[in-house]
Write a protein that binds this ligand. Structure first.
Ligand code: GCO
Length: 255
């Protein structure tokens, strides 16, 4: 097997929502695989700390602070980062939020916020990055879906709808951009030990539920994302597109 199959040297990767959690873990993994990483986050201080941490580990890291759900900000900030840092070869649409409530009590604004960030944001950022990929006839886009692209539970309707939509947006991007040698795939994590899930992890009942419901018997760790993300970002997956790989410890295989 050529050593370069999973090598990301010479590549630039933009990861949204990378100030912590899954995004930061993937950014670190891409950097360790040789990529120059551009971390995006909405929180400037969190972003600055994350970039400094990766730089402190000897990785090539930059930051770009913008709200993926704001189309105008994306239209302004992404071209600016392309001019400042160079073309993006790998895009990971990872930024995601939750607004948990019984559907009949959910405010319209909360619904809109989740859909705009988790689903529309992926389109807004890809729209700015893909012209360069088309011009170079090469690109990798990874959309962070969820087991909730397939199944769900009460009180998380906007998240389920956004992640289900993101699965189909992944397929739409894949079928439209395959002819340009751009591969678009998804990663669908199960319950992961991140700040998004802190309230659930701190709830002994929910913690016990996850440990029963996930056949692997544990919460996912952000580091569990890295191998699949590097695979989908590298030449190893050049003929794979439109797929969602579920990093779920067996969740979707069990009732
Ligand atoms: C919840 C959780 C889930 C998962 C997420 C992982 O409220 O049940 O946040 O939504 O953690 O789907 O992708």
């Amino acid at each position: 097997m050529p050593a370069t199959l999973f090598d990301l040297h010479g590549k630039r990767a933009l990861i949204t929502g990378a100030g912590r959690g899954l995004g930061l873990a993937m950014a670190r993994g891409f950097g360790q695989a040789g990529a120059t990483v551009i971390l995006n986050d909405l929180a400037a201080d969190r972003l600055e700390q994350a970039v400094a941490a990766l730089a402190g580990e000897g990785l090539a890291a930059h930051g770009s602070c913008f709200d993926v759900s704001n189309a105008e900000a994306v239209r302004r900030e992404v071209p600016a980062l392309l001019r400042r840092i160079g073309p993006v070869d790998i895009l990971v649409n990872n930024a995601g939020i939750h607004r948990r409530a019984p559907l009949e009590e959910l405010e319209e604004a909360a619904w809109q916020e989740v859909l705009n960030t988790n689903l529309s944001g992926a389109f807004y950022v890809a729209k700015q990055v893909v012209p360069g990929m088309i011009g170079r006839r090469a690109g990798k886009i990874i959309n962070i879906c969820s087991v909730m692209s397939e199944v769900g539970r009460p009180t998380v309707a906007p998240y389920m709808a956004s992640k289900g939509g993101l699965k189909m947006l992944t397929k739409a991007m894949a079928l439209e951009w395959a002819r340009h040698n751009i591969q678009v795939n998804g990663i669908g994590p199960t319950w992961m030990a991140t700040e998004l899930n802190r309230p659930l992890m701190d709830d002994p009942e929910f913690d016990a539920f996850v440990r029963r419901r996930v056949p692997a018997g544990r919460w996912g760790d952000p580091r569990d994302m890295v191998g699949t993300a590097v695979y989908l970002a590298s030449a190893a997956s050049d003929f794979v597109t439109g797929q969602v790989i579920y990093l779920d410890g067996g969740t979707l295989s069990a009732l």
